[in-house]
Write a protein that binds this ligand. Structure first.
Ligand SMILES: NC(=O)CC[C@H](N)C(=O)O
Length: 622
């Protein structure tokens, strides 16, 4: 039962909740009786049966513990899954399967039977299999092999471990059953080197000193796809982690494995010194240590503690925590949501009429078969009404091989139909590398760092298709919205005031804080309006708009005559006309209607922009 979710102190101690839970659990578990300390290895018989420690490590490296979680004991059989992973990595699945199967025995950990069909040990979690696997530990001498083995475990624990010489010697002197198993395997050709050599490193491997906290970290390394959450070091290749966990699930608790899986539902491994290590993939690792073991060789208190934790925290791995229903965060359409590219009134009308052909899908969460399939199905649904689909991946932390393949196929299908699929915010990080590669191959031109750039690309395509671009070659002031409705004579007066100006790419045409003396009309090229230093963390400028031919900027100066509130930078060579604010005001004195018309045009533009901004905000609120 979860009893301690709120502490009495008024404040909720963030990590105290789990610690308190473990402390209570420990209190109950440590009073359990039953079982006996293993004595077939004489040195193990000396263990204090009262010892009891519990530890949990999360995949982001937080550890919780209760009781004797920092007391050292020997790892024993809990070492087996890790050396198995090591062997798989060195020799590959095929070669290892030749030597050791993956079938549960239903027999004790030290059973002497081999699989008669293949003449190999049933699985790597029982002694026979683990001894065969120990032969794969690299090294020309016993010392080198011991060193390599110890290095593996130190990397798994995230600290330097050592070997308990007494326990090692004790088993070396008395482990005749294991010796028998080794000789039998030599006889059947399952091991090739001298049994004593292999047993030497196997006994040492079993005698590595660890704490419950170490085991929790090792379990968390498996839960974390093979990366130690404390050191950040990859210790096991991702592709073999599921092999290890599968075998742990079917064979890790020996002839209790079926019942364990039914009761607890977590891949686990136990050792005769009294420890159990359990792995909840993607979440955490659990370890319990208490020496008395039952008839199967599993720690009595360890089994009880794991059962409770699994039930209280709903950790059965067959219980699904993933949902595919949230893969689409929301959909936005190009009639309401616009890029930061400022548009002239004609283009704006076109986009509000036909912009629904552009669909932005904000994707969220990890992509795997289920979520990718759901996403693709939705894209299929919107396809009939859209010509452009932008996938915004900023909230996608990972995509596996299956999802990457599905999306690559989708991209291929898009390419064939002439519809466009665009990708934005696909982060450069290892968990997205496969997807990146697949997308780069399928859509080399359509991957954008920012969604806004992708949207602008789509808008440009829609506008180009409609053939309504501003024609800069026959540029006349009457076509500019700011001068709309002015009589020809008035326009002529204004033309006389226009000063042609040329800027090169990167030129800062307007600088924040400068006195505002001119406003500009673009004839050729595009500019970007940006807020200097706006992104605090990086001191980067924030792009708020970009604009091209036929649009004006800096006209606010006509109203407030103050200083500039943003920077405007030329994106390429820009030809524009500058109008002196003073000269326009001057003109207003003799021709007041010129100024009022300009003001009215500006007001109309502002109010339209405000309305559109409100529509966008409303759409983004959903
Ligand atoms: N179950 C175990 O932990 C067994 C390990 C022990 N070293 C043995 O080989 O017998």
């Amino acid at each position: 039962m979860l009893r301690t979710f709120v502490s009495g102190e008024g404040e909720i101690p963030s990590s105290g909740l789990v610690s308190d839970y473990l402390a209570e659990l420990h209190f109950r578990i440590s009073h359990l009786s039953g079982g006996a300390v293993a004595s077939y290895i004489p040195e193990l018989a000396k263990a204090d049966p009262k010892l009891c420690g519990i530890a949990i490590a999360t995949i982001d490296g937080k550890t919780y513990s209760a009781g004797d979680a920092d007391v050292e004991f020997t790892i024993q059989s809990v070492s087996k899954p890790f050396v198995y992973g090591y062997a798989l990595e060195r020799h590959g699945r095929e070669a290892i399967l030749q030597r050791v199967g993956v079938e549960p025995t239903g027999e004790a950990f030290n059973s002497i039977v081999l699989d008669e069909v293949h003449n190999r040990p049933f699985n790597p979690m029982v002694n026979a299999g683990a001894i065969a696997i120990a032969e794969t530990i690299k090294g020309a001498t016993p010392a080198e092999r011991a060193q390599n083995m110890l290095t593996l475990f130190s990397r798994l624990a995230g600290r330097r471990l050592s070997i308990d010489e007494q326990v090692y010697r004790s088993e070396l002197e008395t482990g005749h059953r294991n010796r028998a198993i080794a000789y039998m395997m030599l006889n059947s050709g399952m091991i090739r080197r001298a049994p004593e050599d292999i047993l030497d490193v196997y006994f040492r491997q079993c005698a590595v000193r660890v704490t419950a906290r170490d085991l929790a970290v090792m379990a968390a390394t498996l839960a974390n796809d093979g990366v130690n959450p404390l050191s950040g070091e990859r210790v096991i290749a991702t592709e073999y982690v599921s092999d290890i966990l599968t075998v742990m699930n079917t064979c890790g608790m020996y002839n209790y494995a079926g019942q364990w899986s039914y009761d607890v539902g977590i891949p686990a491994k136990s050792g005769v010194a009294g420890s159990i290590l359990a792995v909840i993939p993607g979440q955490l690792g659990i370890a319990v240590f208490s020496p008395p073991i039952d008839q199967h060789g599993n720690s009595v208190r360890g089994v009880a503690a794991c059962k409770e934790i699994a039930q209280d925290f709903r950790l059965n791995i067959f219980r699904s925590h993933v949902s595919t229903s949230t893969v689409i965060r929301r959909e936005l359409y190009g009639d309401i949501i616009h890029s930061k590219r400022a548009r002239n009134p004609l283009e704006r009308r076109l986009l509000s009429e036909t912009g629904r052909r552009i669909c932005i899908i904000e994707v969220q969460g990890p992509l795997f078969f289920g979520s990718a399939e759901r996403l693709i199905r939705r894209i299929g649904d919107v396809q009939s009404t859209t010509s452009h689909v932008i996938l915004d991946f900023r909230r996608v932390p990972s995509a596996d091989e299956a999802a990457s393949q599905l999306l690559a196929r989708l991209a291929g299908a898009f390419n064939e139909t002439g519809r466009k699929l665009l990708i934005s915010h696909l982060a450069h990080q290892p968990a997205l590398a496969t997807l990146h590669e697949a997308m780069e191959q399928a859509l080399p031109e359509q991957i954008f760092e920012h969604r806004d750039a992708a949207l602008e690309w789509c808008e440009n395509a829609v506008i180009a298709e409609a053939g309504i671009q501003f024609d800069a070659t026959r540029f006349s002031l009457s076509e500019l919205h700011i001068f709309k409705s002015l009589a020809r004579d008035d326009l002529r007066l204004l033309e006389a005031l226009a000063r042609p100006m040329i800027f090169e790419a990167g030129d800062r045409i307007i600088r924040t804080g400068d006195p505002a003396r001119l406003f500009f009309v673009i004839a050729r090229g595009t500019v970007t309006v940006e807020l200097a230093d706006a992104v605090q963390a990086t001191h980067q400028n924030l792009r708020i708009a970009s604009m091209g031919p036929g649009l004006s900027f800096g006209e606010m100066a006509l109203l407030d005559g103050g200083t500039r509130s943003a920077d405007v930078v030329a994106n390429e060579r820009v030809v524009c006309y500058g109008f002196s604010v003073d000269a326009i005001h001057e003109l207003g004195r003799t021709h007041p209607h010129v100024l009022t018309t300009i003001y009215a045009n500006m007001m109309r533009d502002f109010s339209e922009r405000l309305r559109r901004a409100n529509d966008e905000i409303r759409a983004l609120e959903q």
